[in-house]
Design a protein around this ligand. Structure first.
Ligand SMILES: [Mn+2]
Length: 377
């Protein structure tokens, strides 16, 4: 049995007010190619299919298109569970009807976890779907007294009795010790959202979702595929991929990470303004989504617009050079290392090409004093 483990598509996500839909389409095209070229038997999506409980229309059409290409055209079954970003009810629309065509959407926690049996020439594999559910929801659905995510997941998995054949579990949760990224929405406040990896040991493969960095926990078969794209600058150094799993007749898994090539990479650039403008003219990744950290200690007029002349997708600008070091708690003006008069001198120089003369400096200093004393409007 060969299946493709993916998760955290987050269709419809915005990043710094930019829609990532075309970036998502770009990697999903690659995913469809992988399914076809590698003769995949099933595609798994372990939650956070959409970014929001009410996804934008474009995200719904994109999912519809991907399902059409993978399932209708290539005839490959797809299995989905809901993540903490999905609305279980909305994701689950038409699930019973779609299941007849090999689209298995396991949105809501039931009395027993939903399961799907797929077979190949070495026998059957049961896929068990444990959609995201917080302790309150599990209490409600199962009538058990659980308070932590660990107790909730334990209760859900306790419903899975003897399996007696090869098994794969799909779950959306935070396994203890996992590496976090900034783009994950915490499942609860205060760290009680962790579940131990040992809960998944007895399955032949655990296809996990929630953490956006690809990683395995404790055993190679308890694994996060990671998100389709980088969804925060904290993921700058990650390599996004989908996980191809080859399961043999005994349930042993061979794992291959297949990299995805983003339409725009996400990078952090650090340096001096003039140097970055210069570098940008030769940079083949000019179109990447960038966070730029300027080290200059003087004020620069309209740095964002000027940087965007060479790097059109600068999404965020930081000016550590203008901030006092080691005083991170201060906010706004208090944090500026450079006084107002020197800032104005920098501005004047950039606007006129001349230095502000001593006489004019005195005038500006007087106005600034007046402002601080509340005498000038
Ligand atoms: Mn996610």
């Amino acid at each position: 049995m060969r299946f493709l483990h993916t998760s955290d598509w987050h269709l419809g996500r915005q990043f710094h007010n930019i829609s990532l839909l075309e970036d998502q389409r770009h990697v999903l095209d690659q995913l469809v190619d992988i399914v076809r070229d590698r003769h995949v038997d099933a595609v798994l999506v372990s939650g956070d299919v959409y970014d929001r409980s009410v996804p934008p229309a474009g995200a719904v059409s994109l999912l519809d298109d991907v399902i059409h290409r993978i399932n209708t055209k290539l005839g490959v079954p797809m299995l989905f569970i809901a993540g903490n970003h999905d609305s279980a009810e909305r994701l689950g629309f038409g699930a019973r009807a779609l299941a007849r065509n090999g689209i298995h959407i396991m949105g809501q926690p039931g009395h027993e976890p939903a399961s799907v049996v797929l077979a190949d020439d070495t026998g059957e594999v049961v896929f068990i779907g444990v959609p995201y559910a917080d302790p309150v929801t599990v209490r409600h659905h199962l009538g058990v007294d659980v308070h932590s995510h660990e107790e909730a997941m334990t209760a859900l998995l306790a419903q899975v009795q003897k399996i007696g054949r090869r098994s794969v579990v799909l779950a959306h949760c935070f396994v203890d010790g996992g590496v976090e990224s900034e783009s994950e929405r915490p499942l609860s406040v205060g760290g009680v959202d962790r579940v131990p990896a040992s809960l998944f040991e007895r399955f032949d493969y655990a296809a996990l979702g929630h953490l956006h960095a690809p990683q395995s926990r404790q055993w190679p078969h308890v694994r996060y595929s990671g998100s389709l794209l980088k969804y925060s600058f904290s993921e700058e150094k990650q390599h996004k991929s989908v996980t191809l799993v080859d399961m043999d007749a005994q349930g042993r898994c061979e794992i291959e990470k297949i990299p995805l090539q983003p339409r725009h990479d996400m990078r952090i650039l650090e340096g001096y303004f003039d140097e970055l403008l210069e570098r940008g003219r030769r940079d083949s990744g000019r179109e990447d989504y960038l966070l730029i950290r300027l080290l200059d200690t003087h004020a620069i007029h309209e740095p964002m617009n000027r940087l965007r002349d060479v790097y059109p997708n600068v999404l965020h600008l930081e000016r550590p050079g203008l901030l006092r070091s080691g005083e991170r708690r201060e906010t706004g003006r208090e944090r500026l290392a450079v006084g107002e008069l020197p800032l104005f001198r920098d501005f004047y120089r950039q606007m006129t090409g001349d230095e502000l003369q001593p006489e004019a400096q005195k005038l500006v200093a007087g106005i600034l004093d007046g402002l601080h004393a509340g005498k000038v409007d």
